[in-house]
Design a binder for this molecule. Structure first.
Ligand SMILES: *[C@@H]1O[C@H](CO)[C@@H](O)[C@H](O)[C@H]1NC(C)=O
Ligand SMILES: *[C@@H]1O[C@H](CO)[C@@H](O)[C@H](O)[C@H]1NC(C)=O
Length: 390
């Protein structure tokens, strides 16, 4: 019986090299690639992110920023195998959705992506139910469902329900780095008719020791921003101290109780719900909290085209923003919320790692999770968080 299996995930950035990660004596390799011309703080992108949750962004969806200089965005990708013998796909690891989908043949709009060929898989089981994921901005994916063997590291599970995408909207076509999504939320959120998450199935098949996924998302500055997802346990090399466990309040997303934020000596209490989402780049707060956060930072500005921006090089030390989740305090250095340059005209302003949305729902995305190792425990419906370590 295997104890854990490791899916090495890497941020996509402006380095082209090969990395090696080690866990339980296994070596897995994955390439780092350059990714440019895509960024997330614009009204358009925020709406796209939020449309996954069926809520609208605060900003005007029709304002669009044209971008032609180089901006680097971050997305955490890992490779999984589908079929027998396995066909490999680069997947976005997404705790904010619950389906596994890959482009398939024939596909009328999958240019630049690896496509799955069912004819080359001896373990393929057609189900042929139509499925689709639609986003509020008109983008989406659709296709048919099937079952096949899914391999993560060297663990595998037979007849896993997956979505075969026969059509991708422009957003996905343009993302040349990601072929599909591996969703790790609970099956009640599934659009492909998954009855059980792939993690629980791996566990029941005796492939992994615990129905737990441990996720480390590296900072870009640390070893090129690589990350790691461990299926079947956690990797203590990537956090300090003990995991603080907080209960999931609704088993759909990885949703927890949110109690407010603290910045300097300001404490803003707010009883809400937060979703822990590796598939969202930013941390998304209701407008009042987003404003309170940015008001505490000298030089922060809001613009209808760019959203919230922060000075790239703050002149004073900024301290922490503390998030209250499940009654526990999780401080994050505000300096870590400064992202890449936002405007070609003004090199002094950078995107903020916090965006506002017209919703009570809070999304703790990668700008939070780069500071906290996260462990998703399906059996006990809880999330463990501890300060992360590269
Ligand atoms: C595969 O899974 C599907 C959906 O859960 C099920 O209907 C089908 O009977 C399964 N096939 C096999 C061979 O187990
Ligand atoms: C920010 O949080 C860290 C980690 O808990 C802590 O060590 C540090 O003292 C905090 N800084 C401030 C200014 O409160």
């Amino acid at each position: 019986m295997r104890i854990t299996t490791c899916l090495v995930i890497a941020t996509v950035l402006s380095v082209s090299s090969t990395i090696h990660a080690e866990f339980s004596g296994k070596h897995l390799r994955m390439e780092l690639e350059k990714k440019t011309n895509k960024f997330w703080n614009t009204p358009e992108r925020i709406n796209f992110i939020l449309s996954k949750y069926g809520i609208d962004g605060e900003l005007d969806a029709t304002s669009v920023v044209d971008l032609n200089s180089v901006f680097v965005d971050v997305e955490y990708l890992g490779t999984i195998g589908v079929g027998s013998p396995p066909q490999y796909f680069k997947m976005n690891l997404d705790t904010g959705s619950a389906d596994i989908w890959i482009p398939t043949e024939p596909c009328d709009s999958c240019e630049g992506h690896k496509t799955f060929n069912p004819k080359d898989s001896s373990s393929f089981q057609p189900i042929n139910k139509a499925w689709s994921l639609r986003y509020g901005d008109g983008s989406g994916v659709n296709g048919v469902t099937a079952g096949d063997t899914v391999r993560i590291g060297d663990a595998s599970v037979a007849n896993q329900t997956i979505g075969l995408a026969t059509s991708l909207s422009a957003d996905f076509v343009n993302d040349r780095y990601m072929d599909g999504i591996i969703g790790l939320a609970f099956p009640s959120l599934s659009f492909t008719g998954q009855k059980q998450s792939v993690v629980e199935r791996l566990y029941e098949a005796g492939e992994i020791a615990e129905p737990v996924v441990g996720v480390f998302l590296g900072h870009i500055g640390d070893a090129g921003g690589k990350g790691e997802a461990i299926f079947g346990g956690v990797n203590p090399d990537h956090y300090t101290g003990d995991l603080k466990f907080i209960p999931v309040t609704v088993k759909k997303y990885w949703q927890v109780a949110f109690g407010g934020i603290e910045i300097g000596d300001r404490s803003i209490r707010n009883n809400a719900q937060a979703i822990i989402d590796t598939g969202t780049t930013l941390t998304i707060l209701p407008p009042t909290l987003a404003k309170a956060f940015h008001d505490a930072i000298p030089g922060a500005t809001f613009d209808n085209r760019y959203g919230w921006q922060l000075p790239c090089k703050p002149t004073t030390s900024l301290g922490n923003i503390t998030f209250y989740l499940g009654g526990e305090a999780f401080p994050v250095p505000i300096a870590d919320m400064i992202r890449e340059r936002s405007s070609p005209e003004d090199p002094s302003l950078c995107f903020s790692g916090v965006a506002a949305a017209n919703s009570d729902l809070i999304i703790m995305g990668d700008t939070f999770l780069r500071n906290y190792y996260s462990a998703y425990d399906y059996r006990q419906a809880r999330i463990g968080l501890a300060p992360s370590k590269a």
